[in-house]
Design a protein around this ligand. Structure first.
Ligand code: AP5
Length: 543
């Protein structure tokens, strides 16, 4: 049974278990990226057992144990303590009952590929791997200004987070490895090891911009971890409800778990049925999740070569197939769906419709709408406008609504959405930007209002391949968002075997700008001040 089908059934199956597995989280990032600061907040909210190798080692050093005496010289020099010492400490701590019961938050481990391998061998895997991303110059300033309260363990900063009272201030201490020279050495070691570790966790890695206030960083982490927790509960429910779902044993976050990565060979057109089905499933899941969450004004933007009628009008067929699948799935749930395609707009000699939509309504009429006569009952085909909204309709799916030269669809669309009220209206590949009239002049009256209306639709699915500006080959990567998850940026990598793969580079809570995409591709940390995009501009129409 497909993962998608299970999710559709979830609401109606008998549920025998609703408690989630304890969370397992790894947090990583350069020295002073804010791991310790965020761990304090995570522990307060999620009650996880915090295992910080830095803290464990510092405790050994101050207790002058054998381990502490060995570790001290490495730590004070800003070097890594030998793997066997740290790994023994971590595995011993992880095996204690509290970590098993409450879940764990591993901070500062693994820090080398050998350490990551040790955990893999023991089958210790996190649900999510959070990386805090902060520019180097900020890191140095943070380290040099850091102060610790030896009584409470609380982390302060002379400027960013000064102590609350004079009494606390008087007892604060500076870490011996927090001098500028040692921080630079630690940073170098971190960078050398980071990629090796990342390859182990790339599928569950989420990069967060750590150069924001600690509250904003925590808000992002909180929403991620809550999402992982929710997904775990859902996963358990479906596993317990449907015994055949044995394939769902991965502990990865569900967004990753259900998503099998970007399919390869996307430059080969026409796409195989497998690739098309792959995207149909992906769009359908996102749309269903949005509607089930009560969202009502939705848009899907999916642009794979096969779905781009601007290149070849015949590709409208792929779009129709996608729409049929979504419509039939809603109909299977007992909803009455109206599939709408705009008719000719304007009057007399000025009438017309976008070329890509010509004949679409006829194709829809002739399509196979299932053996049980869904068409005419659960599926109806109509146009765009207020008059199309009947009382019995539950969901409206609009096929690529767009402006034609000299004619604007937005007024009809607006009237239709008003009439639809709280019922979902889903736009598939809309193009709501103004087009110049036949005179070549753009209609400017009321433009603000039209744009505002177009922006009122919430994106529930977005997929776009990325190329160098102005080219269609080679594919450099992809940007994907599937409600309610984050925008995921992937890089396409050629493999020595002649195959290719997509590797996740970063994720974003909002649609990234061209600069964000370029920076991520060039491996630059996120930076508030943006520069011009340079020669690495990706297709500007993405954004
Ligand atoms: P460890 O203690 O883990 O050090 P680290 O990784 O270098 O990280 P830090 O503790 O320096 O920084 P952090 O990211 O926790 O930042 P913090 O929240 O404090 O390890 C120390 C040493 O132990 C290593 O060098 C190594 O020798 C050894 N070791 C540890 N693990 C090992 C392993 N696995 N293998 C081998 N050796 C190992 O924040 C920093 C400052 O910034 C604070 O002052 C804070 O107030 C401020 N700040 C935090 N967030 C923000 C924000 N959002 N905005 C502004 N300021 C902020």
């Amino acid at each position: 049974m497909s993962a998608f089908f299970l999710w559709g059934l979830q609401g109606i199956l008998r549920v025998s278990c609703s408690t989630s597995e304890p969370l397992k989280v790894m947090i990583s990032g350069a020295p002073a990226s804010g791991k310790g600061t965020q761990c304090e907040l995570i522990v307060k909210k999620f009650g996880l057992v915090h295992i910080s190798t830095g803290d464990l080692l510092r405790a050994e050093v101050s207790a002058e144990t054998e381990i502490g005496n060995k570790a001290k010289e490495f730590m004070n020099a800003g070097r890594l303590v030998p793997d066997e010492i740290v790994t023994a400490m971590v595995t011993a701590r992880l095996s204690l009952q509290d970590a098993k019961e409450k879940g764990w938050l591993l901070d500062g481990y693994p820090r080398s590929s050998a350490q990551a391998e040790s955990l893999e061998k023991l089958n210790v895997r996190p649900d999510i791997y959070v990386v805090l991303d902060v520019p180097d110059e900020i890191l140095i300033n943070r380290c040099v200004g850091r102060r610790l309260d030896p009584e409470t363990g609380k982390i302060y900063h002379v400027k960013n987070f000064p102590p609350e009272t004079e009494e606390i201030k008087a007892r604060l201490v500076t870490r011996p490895d927090d001098t500028e020279g040692k921080v630079k050495a630690r940073l170098d070691i971190y960078k050398k090891n980071a990629d090796a570790i990342l390859s182990t966790y790339s599928k569950i890695m989420v990069k967060i911009d750590g150069n924001q206030s600690k509250e904003v960083v925590f808000k992002e982490i909180y929403s991620l971890l809550s999402q992982v927790q929710r997904d775990e509960v859902k996963l358990l429910k479906s596993e317990n409800s449907v015994p055949e779902s044995g394939s769902h044993s991965s502990r990865a976050p569900v967004s990753q778990d259900k998503w099998r990565g970007i399919p390869t060979r996307l430059n080969n057109i026409p796409h195989s049925r497998e690739i098309r089905n792959y995207f149909y499933d992906d769009v359908l899941q996102a749309t269903q999740r949005s509607v089930n969450d009560g969202r009502t004004r939705l848009r899907v933007d999916i642009n794979i070569p096969e779905l781009n009628p601007e290149m070849d009008v015949y590709r409208i067929g792929t779009l129709m197939e996608l729409i049929r699948i979504i419509a039939l799935a809603f109909a299977d749930d007992g909803k009455r769906v109206k599939v709408c395609v705009q008719g000719s707009m304007g009057e007399g000699a000025l009438s017309g419709m976008p070329l890509q939509l010509a004949g679409t309504r006829k194709i829809l009429e002739f399509m196979d709408w299932g053996d049980y006569g869904a068409k005419g009952t659960f599926i109806k085909i109509g146009s765009i406008g207020e008059q199309e909204v009947s009382e019995e309709d539950d969901v409206f799916i609009l096929v690529a609504p767009q402006n034609a030269v000299g004619n604007c669809i937005i007024d009809d669309l607006k009237a239709m959405t008003v009439a639809a009220g709280s019922r979902p209206v889903i736009l598939i590949n809309p193009k709501l930007k103004d087009l110049p009239g036949s005179s070549g002049v753009m209609q400017t009256m009321g433009r603000d209002k039209r744009l505002e209306y177009a922006a009122s639709f919430e994106s529930c699915y977005f997929f776009r391949l990325l190329y160098f500006a102005g080219t269609q080959y080679p594919i450099m990567g992809a940007l994907r968002m599937s409600y309610p998850y984050r925008y995921e940026l992937y890089k396409r990598v050629d493999q020595p075997s002649g195959t290719e793969k997509y590797v996740i580079l970063s994720t974003f809570s909002e649609k990234p700008s061209i600069d964000d995409v370029n920076d991520a591709f060039m491996g630059k940390p996120r930076n508030g001040a943006k520069k011009a995009s340079g020669f690495w501009g990706f297709l500007s129409s993405v954004f």
